[in-house]
Design a protein around this ligand. Structure first.
Ligand code: NAP
Length: 544
């Protein structure tokens, strides 16, 4: 293995001379890919990172729609690996917006001189493992190739945008886009008749931002969501100094909570306390910013049952209070799923947008979208004339971006075929028949960077272990993989995330197998599991 961090390894056959070789190839220059590059280079590996975008940032590069911002506290989301970085960077808002987040990731790339190792404008088409060479050959859409002993797919959890296969979609004469691929030059919406399809976390951020600007906005809603006020605000210099002094405590709290957020559940049961106390607590949480009203609640609000329904009704009433027209209010009140089973979108002015004269809410559960016409959207009972259509219709989550790459493992088997009934991995990151492949995009849910950093630490230590102990290849055992899949499926049944149709279980994509796409474990439990595996000389893996 190479020891010169910046250079390609000079191995390979004569025929491959022109194909550059690296110890590690990373797909994706988002939050995880940038950190993978930093760590691998620090450990002395040669690394090449590939990204389709022309700049760093991943999600924070592509999702430029108005209103796009963190739902996690900015200072809990940033990298923790560099004290210098923590002390240098001033977050401007408690829940920072896409432009600042992209600036932050660019700042990181410059500070640690990461760009020389990244090939931008490179859409990866395939990755093929050569058993004899023990190398992954990665090929871009433009035919450019690179080889790596290890392949890390840092392709993101929510990066493969999904647009329903509506009949006539390409016949629409006006501009249209998916929110996850918002044009860099922006969309001209001023004075236009705009349609937004979808009312998930993305649409909830977008709608109040564009409603005052457009001539008319039609929102096509299939499922109402439980949304909670974000209560964002600026961070002044004194507060930022306090945050900087408090980073160890912030990261300690995140390291102990289930989803790595700064919010801890109240260990009491909602039903144990008096109604007065319960309502007082609900109200207090409601006034707090961010996810507090979800993740600092009574512990039994997070499981289906009486407490969950009690709180759900509290939230429904909050929605009813905000929306003036009682018919529209009832359309916005979720009645078909439990609170917390779907990701709770945080909003700023979302419900108030429906009090505007130029905003119309259309129920496409009752009258589904039949087709897109050259001039708008046709539902089962009406036609809506539009100048612009925005699809806030979500993502083919976790496996989508991974399986968009044609990945061939040992014996030519493809990951696409292997995952046809849902992901088959060990610990979410490694799969039998695909040696030295780390599918890190599949392995974290929650406060993303808090999960990505320790995961990449584990992967980089694993690769160092392989190098330092004279091994060249790692692959899980079939027993370990089977046991992990069984654990995900069986224990997944006990968590709220599997109780509804959402991206968490692939249920938002027609034809996708229903399976929990991430681990059912809490973040601390996952870290402990991985640590135990490493401490036992990578138990469950075969090292060759
Ligand atoms: P989403 O939650 O999957 O929402 C997609 C929306 O499109 C839903 O309302 C869905 O309706 C609708 N839809 C899909 N197909 C449709 C069809 N054929 N006809 C009508 N409506 C259709 O996607 P998202 O809002 O992009 O959010 C995805 C995830 O991204 C979130 O859960 C969150 O984890 C992340 N996110 C994070 C932030 C943040 O951190 N601040 C912001 C935005 C997003 P149904 O519900 O009926 O399927």
């Amino acid at each position: 293995m190479a020891t010169s961090p910046q250079q390609a390894t000079a191995t390979g056959t004569a025929a491959d001379k022109e194909i550059e070789q690296f110890d590690v190839v990373v797909i994706g220059a988002g939050v995880t890919g940038l950190y993978a590059l930093y760590r691998m280079r620090e450990l002395g590996f040669s690394v090449k990172v590939l990204d389709e975008a022309s700049g760093v940032g991943g999600t924070w590069y592509w999702a430029r729609y108005p209103g796009c911002r963190f739902d996690s506290e900015s200072y809990s989301y940033g990298y923790s690996f560099s004290e210098e970085l923590l002390q240098e960077w001033d977050w401007k808002e408690h829940y920072s917006g896409q432009p600042e987040n992209e600036r932050y990731l660019n700042y990181v790339a410059d500070k640690f001189d990461l760009r020389p190792n990244i090939r931008f404008n490179t859409r990866v088409a395939s990755a093929v493992y050569d058993d004899e060479e023990n190398r992954w050959q990665v090929e871009a859409k433009d035919g450019w190739k690179v080889k790596g002993q290890f392949l890390i797919t840092a392709v993101g959890l929510l990066s493969a945008g999904y647009i329903p296969d509506f009949e006539g979609i390409n016949s629409f004469k006006g501009p249209w886009c998916h929110t996850g691929r918002w044009p860099k030059e922006g969309m001209d919406l001023a004075g236009k008749r705009v349609g937004v399809v979808g009312t998930g976390a993305t649409a909830v951020q977008l709608i109040p931002m564009i409603a005052p600007e457009v001539a008319h906005l039609t929102v096509f809603q299939r499922t109402a969501n439980f949304c909670a006020p974000l209560r964002n605000g600026p961070i002044d210099a004194d507060t930022m100094n306090e945050i900087k002094a408090n980073y160890p405590e912030i990261f300690r709290i995140c390291s102990e909570t289930a989803g790595s957020f700064m919010h801890e559940f109240d260990q009491r049961s909602a039903m144990e306390v008096s109604e007065e106390e319960r309502l007082e607590q609900y109200e207090e949480l409601w006034q707090k910013p961010g996810f507090a009203k979800w993740l600092s609640n009574f512990r039994d609000v997070m499981v289906p049952g009486e407490a969950n329904e009690d709180y759900a009704e509290f939230v429904r009433n909050k929605i009813r209070e905000r929306v003036h027209d009682p018919v529209v209010a009832e359309m916005l009140v979720p009645k078909d799923h439990t609170f917390g089973a779907k990701r709770v979108p945080c909003e700023t002015g979302y419900y108030d947008a429906y009090n505007r004269d130029n905003v119309l809410l259309v129920d496409v559960r009752k009258a589904p979208i039949e087709c897109i016409t050259p001039t708008g959207i046709k539902t089962a009972d009406a036609e809506y004339d539009l100048d612009v259509i925005i699809y806030a219709t979500g993502y083919d989550a976790v496996t989508g971006a991974l399986l968009n790459i044609d990945i061939h493992g040992q014996g030519g088997q493809t990951l696409r075929e292997k995952f046809v009934d849902g992901p088959r991995t060990y610990l979410g990151i490694s799969s039998v028949g695909f040696p030295n492949l780390f599918t890190v995009n599949a392995a974290s849910v929650g406060n993303f960077v808090r999960a990505a950093e320790p995961l990449m630490d584990w992967v980089s230590e694993c690769i160092s272990y392989i190098r330092d102990n004279g091994y060249t290849r790692i692959t899980p055992t079939l027993e370990a993989e089977d046991a992990w899949v069984k654990h995900v499926n069986e224990d997944g049944e006990n968590i709220l995330r599997t109780k509804t149709t959402s991206w968490f279980v692939g249920a938002n994509i027609p034809g996708k197998a229903r399976a929990l796409l991430t681990a059912p474990d809490t973040a601390p439990a996952m870290r402990n599991k991985r640590a135990e595996v490493a401490a036992n000389n990578y138990e469950g893996f075969v090292l060759e």
